[in-house]
Write a protein that binds this ligand. Structure first.
Ligand code: 9MR
Length: 337
């Protein structure tokens, strides 16, 4: 009698716990907790008074943010010695006000780089990089949960991208840059971030080899898997590949998730996309040191995809009219299950 009452009470309690966890998870951030769920935010959208939905969703649904463009070299430091932090500061203030983690993005990247840097003689690039890092990292010191210190350093075949930094310093530029960030912000987690490293391949092998060296020197804390995926072409070994990195001692983050395809959006693409978003969540959840997921935007309306890949889009969780797509619910369910 007593035993069966207890059994009943226990199973009723676990039913309630399961049901209330699902019911409580009415937002992405609640479902993801204790992991974070972030979005890339563009300042123009965040402060656009004629589109209040963007900022409303940003604070309601997300526990982390990455400035989509506002911290990039070409934006904050357009000329030697000239700094324009206002747009980035607006995003930083928004994250503080709304208790969001801030992923700072990025310091050393071949793209969106100021022309003054590419115009320098190679023997002046190191000093310019050190100065840029000092000034920018000092400005945001204490605000950044993580810094994408080096962005997209590899070619797809695993060789180093032949950008000005590599040309000027060779492989040493990683260490030089990472040391400089540590010197000016001892709290931020230091990341290298790249795309096409989500599955096992020549590029992720090369990243792993580099990451091991830098981790051993105490200069690297995590690797960002950008995760700009194509529908029906996701690697099947995302979790296993994450594990290779976390085994070294590193954190892993999904930093720029979206899943694009050739339009139009149909019931079939919606449902395939929902399943594939859920599979990314499941991969991250199954890996102990996968710390969080960031989607590269909120609504398809402002996604970078259509401008870059003609005819493609519908890659995010909300459509052009801010209607939640099936992938939204699939992400929540994948976290809660
Ligand atoms: O989403 C960003 C877009 O608005 C910019 O025009 C573009 C410029 O290169 O950068 C986009 O963000 C990129 C990110 O910073 C790094 N990884 C690839 C992203 C998509 O291009």
């Amino acid at each position: 009698m007593f035993a069966s009452a207890l059994t009943l009470a226990v199973s009723a309690a676990s039913l309630v716990t399961g049901a209330s966890a699902a019911a409580a998870a009415s937002t992405l951030k609640d479902a993801a907790s204790p992991l974070y769920f972030g979005a890339a935010l563009g300042v123009g959208h965040l402060t656009n008074a004629s589109d209040p939905t963007f900022a409303k969703l940003a604070k309601q649904q997300f526990s982390a943010a990455t400035p989509e463009n506002e911290m990039k070299w070409g934006v904050v430091n357009p000329e030697a010695g000239v700094y324009e932090f206002a747009d980035a500061d607006t995003i930083v203030a928004f994250t503080k006000k709304n208790n969001m983690k801030l992923r700072c993005h990025n310091l050393v990247w071949h793209s969106q780089l100021s022309p003054y840097v590419t115009a320098l003689p190679l023997n002046k690039v190191k000093a310019a990089m050190l100065q840029h890092i000092k000034d920018v990292v000092e400005h945001f010191a204490g605000d950044c949960y993580a810094w994408d210190v080096i962005n997209e350093p590899f070619n797809d075949d695993g060789t180093y991208r032949d950008d000005v930094f590599y040309q000027a310093m060779g492989e040493d530029y990683f260490e030089i840059a990472l040391k400089q960030v540590r010197a000016y912000d001892s709290h931020a987690k230091l990341y290298i971030n790249d795309y096409n490293i989500e599955g096992g391949n020549a590029k992720s092998d090369a990243m792993l080899a580099l990451a091991k060296k830098l981790y051993k020197k105490g200069l690297l804390d995590g690797i960002g898997f950008e995760s700009h995926f194509i529908l029906n072409e996701l690697p099947g070994d995302i979790a296993e590949n994450m594990e290779r990195f976390t085994k070294v001692g590193l954190d892993i983050a999904v930093t720029e998730l979206d899943i694009r395809y050739n339009l139009p959006e149909t019931a079939t693409t919606d449902s395939q996309q929902a399943t594939q978003y859920a599979s990314v969540v499941n991969a991250c959840q199954s890996v102990k040191r996968c710390v969080g997921i960031t989607v590269w935007g909120i609504t398809d309306l402002y996604s970078w995809i259509p401008q870059t890949f003609t005819g493609q889009g519908a890659a995010l969780l909300w459509d052009d009219d801010y209607k939640k797509k099936p992938a939204y619910k699939a992400v929540i369910n994948a976290f809660v299950d």
